[in-house]
Write a protein that binds this ligand. Structure first.
Ligand code: HEM
Length: 142
């Protein structure tokens, strides 16, 4: 029973995390499209980006903590291939999160290097992680 409660909280915070992982790079797309044309608009984007990043970091930390607590209730999962693969993908997702922070600080300091088109590609990456991780935990293919 405890494991199911922990897993429910795990999934709730995974959703919170992904809301940010999907939307922050979308803000970067629109922010990059401004170029230097609208300084007031750019300042508004900076505030939205900072707040969204805070929210998604809270979501990410709690998702990982409740994931770890769920795993603590079912340590046998550590013997499975799908869990190892999942944790590898989670490490990639954390790296993506940190990369988002670096991009956020570049925008904040007016030294963004990337185009709107580049951010559109960057924005697709979390979808790939989502497909991979959900298929691994639900199908448990190996
Ligand atoms: C260090 C990070 C994580 C750990 C330790 C972890 C651990 C776990 C564990 C032990 C379960 C229970 C599996 C089962 O009952 O079959 C679980 C379920 C789940 N996890 Fe994670 N997880 C982590 C990150 C994530 C992330 C980033 C996602 C989403 C992209 C995710 C999505 C899910 C989903 C959807 C389930 C429910 C599967 C089901 O009940 O069928 N987890 N997680």
């Amino acid at each position: 029973m405890l494991m199911l409660w922990l897993k429910a909280l795990h999934i709730i915070f995974v959703i919170t995390w992904f809301a940010g992982l999907f939307y922050l790079p979308r803000l970067f797309v629109y922010h990059a499209a401004l170029g230097g044309s609208d300084p007031a608009g750019a300042e508004r984007f900076k505030i939205m980006e900072r707040r969204l990043f805070t929210m998604m970091t809270v979501g990410g930390v709690l998702a990982v903590l409740f994931g770890g607590a769920t795993l603590g209730q079912a340590p046998g999962f550590m013997q499975t291939g799908w869990m190892h693969a999942k944790l590898t993908l989670v490490a990639g997702l954390i790296a993506y999160h940190v990369w988002c922070y670096r991009l956020l600080t570049a925008f904040r300091d007016n030294r963004n290097q990337h185009s709107e088109r580049w951010y559109r590609g960057f924005n697709e990456v979390p979808t790939l992680f989502l497909f991979g991780i959900v298929i691994l935990v639900v199908v448990k293919p190996f």
